[in-house]
Design a protein around this ligand. Structure first.
Ligand SMILES: [Zn+2]
Length: 376
């Protein structure tokens, strides 16, 4: 059956004009590169991080996946666009999980594009799609925190939606903190709702002595924490003394390091955003940061190609003793792949018009073959 089909297809292919044959070969190669090779080649660039300490914790950071909804975008191709975006996210997420083998996976908010205003029915649908795109991993702890696209609260026009906030908490089991092991606790610092754990009893012993040195503390926040310091920021830092802060929302990879007394003048710098350091593993001595009272914040780039930034990927952090190792697992620029399909499709339209026009012209200018009547 398959042999017959193959023979028929081959016959049809050979009957085509040489230009169309060439076009189909180019199209086939482009699809092979865009849908298979580019992913395989990209994965080879990712850095490995090796643990030294037995208590080492590997963390995969997922920022702003913003799976697309169905009400904001009303284009006729929205179904196809959502499908392609989900497929892209799912493929790289699976590869990132395989690469990192994480103990903890942290979703840093803006999980859905239309989470805040969606109806219950739409939310259920998005939640199912989200679960299919980012399935849970049997050996990793999953942590989800909300962003402004999940619960609102960023602007006057999109105020905090208490219903969406409750719904997010219920569906994603959002909590104020997660104790990972004796050496590590992760705190949910929510700048949108101004909510956080006020005090961690583990920081003092039974005599009231400060024993916070015994373990590391990670802040996770959708909104960057150090960029606009407020009384909320100062309180969070004073009470919980973060070893490192991971945030999202800005869609780009950057970091800030500043002394606690100079919080008002903090400036962010790009991290792994240039060709030379793109796949580098950065090392931060967290005990040095504690001793010098320096704060460290890393903003993780978005993993979605629909966020309007060219560089997208996943954050990969390892807490090994008191050292933080961090790299970005950059993913490919899908938008360029889609543009290449548009270009190739336009070429086919031009070729079709050319060949149709040419055959029409030929018919028009061909001399009619009149038979002459005999002269006698
Ligand atoms: Zn956001």
């Amino acid at each position: 059956m398959a042999t017959k089909w193959l023979a028929r297809t081959k016959k049809k292919f050979l009957r085509l004009h040489p230009a169309w044959r060439m076009y189909l070969i180019v199209l086939g190669l482009l699809v092979l590169y865009n849908e298979v090779l580019i992913y395989v080649l990209q994965k080879l660039k990712w850095s490995n991080i090796y643990c030294k300490e037995p208590s080492c914790v590997r963390i995969l950071l997922v920022a702003d996946p913003q799976i697309l909804g169905k009400t904001y975008d009303t284009h006729f191709y929205v179904g196809l666009a959502n499908y392609d975006s989900d497929r892209y996210l799912a493929w790289y997420y699976e590869q990132a999980v395989t690469h990192v083998q994480p103990h903890v996976i942290i979703f840093l908010g803006d999980l859905m594009d239309e989470g805040t205003d969606s109806t219950e029915m739409h939310f259920e649908e998005y939640y199912t799609r989200f679960g299919e795109t980012f399935p849970t991993h049997p050996t990793a702890k999953q942590i989800y925190i909300p962003g402004d696209n999940d619960i609102g609260g960023l602007t006057y026009n999109s105020p905090l939606n208490p219903v969406a906030k409750r719904r997010f908490r219920q569906y994603f089991s959002e909590r104020p903190a997660w104790v990972i092991n004796d050496n590590l606790t992760i705190y949910n610092i929510n700048r949108i709702t101004a909510e956080m754990t006020l005090n961690d009893p583990r920081m003092v012993d039974s005599t009231g002595q400060d024993v916070s040195d015994r373990y590391l503390r990670i802040f996770v926040s959708h909104m960057p924490v150090l960029d606009i310091p407020s009384s909320f920021t100062f309180q969070a830092i004073d009470n919980l003394k973060p070893s490192v802060i991971f945030s999202a929302h800005l869609h780009v990879s950057q970091f800030a390091r500043t002394h606690r007394s100079r919080l008002k003048t903090v400036g962010y710098e790009p991290l792994s955003q240039d060709k030379k350091t793109a796949y580098k593993v950065h090392s931060f001595d967290l005990s040095y940061h504690k001793d010098t009272q320096e704060l460290l914040e890393i903003t993780v780039p978005t993993c979605s190609y629909r966020m309007g930034v060219p560089d997208i990927g996943y954050g990969y952090a390892v807490i090994d003793g008191t050292t933080l190792k961090y790299t970005v697992l950059w993913t490919t620029r899908r938008i360029y792949q889609l543009i290449s399909y548009l270009v190739v499709l336009s070429v086919s339209v031009v070729m079709f018009l050319f060949f149709t026009g040419r055959s029409l012209l030929r018919r028009c200018f061909e001399r009619p073959q009149h038979r002459r009547l005999p002269m006698y």
